[in-house]
Design a protein around this ligand. Structure first.
Ligand SMILES: Nc1nc2c(ncn2[C@@H]2O[C@H](COP(=O)(O)OP(=O)(O)OP(=O)(O)O)[C@@H](O)[C@H]2O)c(=O)[nH]1
Ligand SMILES: [Mg+2]
Length: 302
């Protein structure tokens, strides 16, 4: 470990429209799964911190919910949380999906970015999907609009360019003591990560509005004498009809969700897992302050 006096440490917020690859990038930067990833928009709901060491710097990455025009109360909470994190960060990395280019949601993020004092970096992601000339044009037009300290072209999925980004960030964060022990990679309790992993499987296996109308909470986490863990989780949905869909024919859907979640949780915690899932109807959970507390979100008053 380097001497404490030459330590550096800082917060790096990853912001951008939904689905640009923020969670994929935080996992790549940390080198471990700290945040869930799905092909669907609005996967991340709250702030997820992932911690990495680069040389003498400790980088605390903050994955944020995608920024979009919020409609529901939950949407407003998610977007408010994302901006809050950007305000507190030393460095804000704006992610753009290079294949899609700048859409309406990105425009809104760019407008908000103008008011931030933090050092800003531009990260064009998904370069595995686009031709070089397109990338250069995109980089140029974005740099003409906002003062970025640096521009990176990366693929969070393949890892291409991620090293360079991490090294640059390590040089930018202020001098100061590390906030976390050297081996810590996340500040989220394991029970929260486990609930997120089950939510990821819900997003992957269910379609249309259902994933957005569900939430997952870990109710029981019991270490057993044989070194395994018993985990009980509740999936909340809005209506009985949704409960039936989550269960599936003869319980087939919930069984598949449980099997996929169990395997991932066991891998992350490196212990055998017995996972028990329950599905409950809680009409209007999207307006229930307690659910927000469980997710780590502020409850918007209206
Ligand atoms: N081809 C390609 N796909 C990527 C890349 N990065 C992310 N993706 C995919 O893009 C989709 C969205 O990724 P996420 O990391 O969940 O995106 P996000 O920005 O966190 O999304 P929200 O949490 O909804 O705001 C997933 O299907 C990823 O596999 C990349 O570099 N290349
Ligand atoms: Mg995400």
């Amino acid at each position: 470990m380097p001497q404490a006096e030459d330590h550096r440490c800082g917060f790096v917020a990853l912001i951008g429209a939904p689905n640009v690859g923020k969670s994929t990038l935080i996992n790549a930067l940390v080198g471990s799964k700290v945040s869930i990833v799905t092909p669907k928009v609005q996967t991340t709901r709250t702030l997820i911190r992932g911690i990495a060491i680069e040389g003498n710097a400790q980088l605390i990455f903050v994955d944020t919910p995608g920024i979009f025009s919020p409609r529901r109360r939950l949407d407003r909470a998610m977007v408010g949380t994302a901006w809050g994190s950007a305000q507190d960060a030393d460095i804000v990395a704006l992610l753009i999906d290079a294949r899609k280019g700048v859409g309406d949601d990105d425009e809104a993020v760019l407008r908000g970015l103008a008011d931030l004092r933090a050092t800003k970096a531009l990260v064009l992601n998904k370069i595995d999907l686009v031709a070089k000339p397109t990338l250069l044009t995109l980089a140029e037009s974005l740099n003409a609009r906002e003062k970025f300290a640096a521009t990176f072209m990366i693929s969070a999925l393949s890892g291409n360019g991620v090293e360079d980004l991490r090294r640059w960030l390590a040089q930018q964060v202020p001098a100061g003591p590390w906030h976390y022990p050297a081996d810590q990679i996340s500040d989220a309790p394991l029970r929260q990560l486990a609930a997120e992993i089950t939510r990821e499987k819900l997003y992957l296996k269910l379609h249309q509005e259902l994933p957005y109308q569900s939430t997952v909470e870990t109710e029981v986490w019991k270490e057993l004498a044989d070194g395994s863990v018993r985990i009980e989780q509740t999936i909340y949905v809005e209506r009985e009809s949704q409960r039936k869909i989550v269960l599936g024919k003869g319980g087939a859907t919930i069984k598949a969700i449980g099997a996929a979640a169990r395997a991932d949780i066991a891998e992350v915690i490196e212990q055998p897992v017995h996972l028990f899932l329950f599905v409950k109807v809680r009409e209007g959970w999207g307006n229930d302050p307690e659910r927000y507390r469980e997710m780590g979100l502020e409850f918007p008053r209206e």
